[in-house]
Design a protein around this ligand. Sequence first.
Ligand code: FES
Length: 328
Amino acid sequence: MAESEMANGFDASEMMPLTIWRKTEIARDIFLFELGPREPGDLPGFTAGSHLLVQAPNGIARRYSLCNAPSDRGRYLIAVKRDPAGRGGSLSMAQDTAVGDVLLVSPPLNYFPLSDDAASHVLIAGGIGITPMRAMLHELIARRADFRLIYCTRSPGATAFRQELSDPALAGRIRVHHDHGDPKHSLAVGPLLADRPEGAHVYCCGPRPLMQAVRDAANHWPSATVHFEDFGTSAVPGEGADRPFLVRLAKSGTILDVPVGVSILDALRREGIAVPSSCESGTCGSCRTRLLDGTADHRDFVLDDDEQEGEIMICVSRARSGMLTLDL
Ligand code: FES
């Protein structure tokens, strides 16, 4: 997602000024922020998996998952990873904020909800992707639901919420996996998802390779039971080799340039063409568009293999051919 935008389903006029009540480094380079209203009172409610758009002191806005229990109405908890290689929003949140500062924050929005019908839930988190899972954990415990959480981190020191996740009351339902930075020790996702218990749903938030591994391993699961959340913080394979391409709009015959670093969705916006969108990270399904001609470079977590033949998620996917023709 573009950090500087107030788009993505948010209305800039709805941003609320919230005070940083607490800021704590809970793991290496991961800061937990407790945000609250300036006057005592409840904040807009949320469901597990929701996120906020937060404007960092340097003006860049980024999405952060809420990680407190949805029943907790007087405050919001978010965790932010300091990422010197990122686009600046999280770095500013980590470095330029202090307790007592006021930040502009959107109301909660949820593109990653828990299923109400699932018989059981498998949560797979990688790194800072634990944040929506922590809210889900609270919710699933409150529901007395059947769940498992697998949380992949580099090392114990890089593990957020480490103490509470090792609570004996959760024994057998939570597994923390450390790869120590060695891809050879990455979580073996295949065996986890090889068998699908009747009614099970799987949820994944983390780096793109983990989400890709989950997507591949859950290929035989019904697509409606496999859920992803991605805040655009994970590198897209081959991104450095992105090439410009053309998009032809079949209904008007218009041909657009899509330069490197610009999505098809943004290229359409530049021309004043409005297309539905929400997450802008290839996970919510809002920008699904019929692909009439050309070969797409699919980078989303929505379309299954069959759907990729004739559809494209224009917020993240690009082209392998020189031109794509869209049913727009
Ligand atoms: S806007 Fe959500 S998948 Fe494209």
